[in-house]
Design a protein around this ligand. Structure first.
Ligand code: FES
Length: 95
């Protein structure tokens, strides 16, 4: 399946919402990310989806952003991580 150019240009976040990751922090991470997207009108810049258990529970919670995998995720860091990836995207666009 071919993705649209709009999709290709977005920062793509996949957040594990399996029960282990969800209860260990990704419930909070999800709220933070959704709030941040809404407050900053980033719907056109960020593609957020949840996944079922990634079968990596031991090292959870997990988040995947573009090609980067974050394990043992601390929900308090997700906005910094998102900003980092958004900045990277903007730098790439300019360069
Ligand atoms: S619930 Fe996230 S890896 Fe299993």
């Amino acid at each position: 399946m071919t993705k649209s150019p709009e999709y290709d240009n977005k920062v793509k976040i996949r957040l594990c919402l399996g029960s282990s990751c969800f209860s260990r922090g990704n419930k909070t991470a999800l709220n933070y990310i959704q709030d941040y997207i809404k407050k900053n009108a980033l719907e056109d810049e960020v593609f957020l989806k949840g996944s079922l258990c990634e079968e990596l529970c031991k090292d959870g919670p997990h988040m995947f952003v573009d090609d980067t995998h974050y394990s043992n995720l601390d929900p308090s860091t997700v906005i910094d991580l998102l900003q980092f990836h958004l900045n990277q995207r903007q730098t790439k666009d300019k360069g």
